[in-house]
Structure formats: C-alpha cells, structure tokens
Write a protein that binds this ligand. Sequence first.
Ligand SMILES: *Cc1c(COP(=O)(O)O)cnc(C)c1O
Length: 362
Amino acid sequence: MNLRIPGPTPLPPAVRQAMVEAIPGHRSKAFEQLLADVTRQLKPIFGTEGDVLVLTGSGTGGLEAAAANVLSPGDTVLSVTIGSFGERFAEDAEAFGAAVTRLDFPRGQAADPDAVAAKLQATPGATALLLTHCETSTGVVNDLAGIIAAARRVQPSLTVVVDAVSSLAGMPMRADEWGCDVVVTASQKALMAPAGLALVAVTPRGWEAVERAKMPRYYWDFRRARKFAARSQTPYTPAINALQGLQAGLSLIMAEGLEAVYARHARLAKQVRDGLRELGFRLVADERVASPTITAAWVPEGLSANALVSLLEDRYQVYLTGGHAKDKTIRIAHMGWVSEDDINRALAAIAVATRELQGGGA
Ligand SMILES: *Cc1c(COP(=O)(O)O)cnc(C)c1O
C-alpha cells in the first residue's frame, strides 16, 4: 500500500509498535515523562522557546481552539486565504463570532506581503491575522516571515495565528523569529504519528492575547492547559496511545536530524514535480512557492482525475486524492515517513494508469 494522501500519513513500524505498548494512566509519572519528552522535542520543530500545548483533537480542533483563545466576539480579523484550508480557518473564526475580512489570492499562488499590508491599512481595528503556512489544497507555501513583517509595519499589535498543520516537520518553521504568536499543527501529517493530537505553540505575545480574549472556552482553554503542562500533565484524558506514537515519530525525526528531514522533503517534492511534468501533468503551484510536503497537479487534457484516483486505488494500491478543481486535479502527499522508492513506485503507477485511461492499454 502506498498512502500518498495529505494525512493520515504512513506510520513507521516503531510508531505502530509504540502505540500498542501498555498505556500509562494520565496522572502517572510515566505519563509525565512522556508528555515532557514530546513537548521538549516539539519546540525546535516549531522554532519556539515558548510553550507547546498538547491537545486531544484533530488539526481543525487546534485551529478552533486558537480562535476561541485569542479572539473576542466582534473582533475584526483579517484572514488571508490561498485555498480551502485558509477558507476553513476563516469560517471557524466566524462561527465563534469574529468579524472576518478575507483577502483571497488566486489558487496556485502565495499571498503577497504588500497586498496583505494594504488590506490591513484598509481594515482599521484589526486585532488578528490568520495565515496558512502550507495550503494543502494547492500545495503552496506562504512566506510567513515576509507577510508578518509587512503586516506588523501597519498594525504592530496584531496577533498572528498560523495554520501549520501540513508544514510542520516537513519544512522549516521559526515561530519566534518570524513573529508567529500561535502556531497550530496536528499529529497525523509530517510528524509521522497517528491522528488524534493537536499541537499548539504559544509565544509570550500569544499569551497576552489569550489573557485579553473573551470568547467562551472550556475544553480548549489554553490557560488551563498551561497550568497542567507546567507539571507535564493535561487537564483531561488525552489520546495517550497517539502520544506514544508521536514520541516514537519525534525520536525518528530527531535521529535523522531536522535539516536532513527538511532536505529529504525538498528532494522528494522535486522528484514528484519533475515526474508529473514528464507525464504531461501541469502543476498547480507556481514553482517558486511549491510545497515540500504536498503537490497538486492538473491531469492531462481529456483525463478524469476521479477515474485516475480510483484506478490507482483499485489496481495499484496507490492512494492519491483529488484537488481544488473537481475531476481535473490530483494531489500527491510527500510528507512524513516517505522515501525515494515510495515516490518512484507512485509515479510508475500513475504513468501506467494514465496511459491506460488514455486508451493506450496497461
Ligand atoms: C490537514 C489539515 C488541517 C486539519 O485537518 P484535520 O482533519 O482537522 O486534522 C488543517 N489545515 C491544513 C492546512 C491541513 O492540511
């Protein structure tokens, strides 16, 4: 099986093994060591010396938690949208009663820092900026450092909240250096761990926003999570076996070395892009902003993306997914536990299946 969807991603044997080990109670010393170790290993991946909270939920849960913890009802929020995950984040903040203004960029492109600054100029009283690091629907990476610097020149007190669900551990993230205040990721993407955990970095400026915020919150309350995290515990029962898997995934990442992990992702992304172009696919993302973790591509003229995805699944056990343009785009994930051989096999299957659908036979 070749699971090439953007989460859940394949689990290394050591991660699967860790998940079936005996489960410590969440008030035990063994659990405290587990949570402390996971938190410690996550900090350099987030690029923060601030706090990292481990919450039980999916990535969307983490984003909702961020919205509930840094916003107040009626707050003016600028949401920069370059695809469907940016749109989801905007809707989430809206559902909680924020007044969301959107700045949308064409699919396949990254956000332009100057345009973000201009939009902020035209949005007086904005308290928060919602950004996507890697937009999974199009395979585009935003220049967070550039966008945040431009935004803060207009509105220095902005709270910057970043969706880093499909980027973290697949490409560099420097939350402190770039000025991200709250950064959200999930366990089931590049971290090579099972679904079930939302991981949230909160910097000192992020905490100031948390203290000011007036949204109702209980389960997701960062203040209570921080109080428990100080003694390496969580307020409520966490997904303990997911945490055991995450610890094993982090150990593999640290053993390979963060820079080597990022270089592997960049190398495999290029392999995917080159391979798809060779087969007559056109890439959705502008090459300069193409993601190291996920690639979206237009299928060759006349081909059905849905038919290709289902043929690959049925006949070759290669699992892709559709993209933002229905039946015209596919996406291939190359995040987490993935090798050159996995990509070679996926590309070979895509080549045969494409030929077959084009009438050339298998
Ligand atoms: C996967 C993903 C999410 C969260 O998805 P969940 O299914 O809720 O874990 C959010 N944002 C991006 C960019 C993603 O890729």
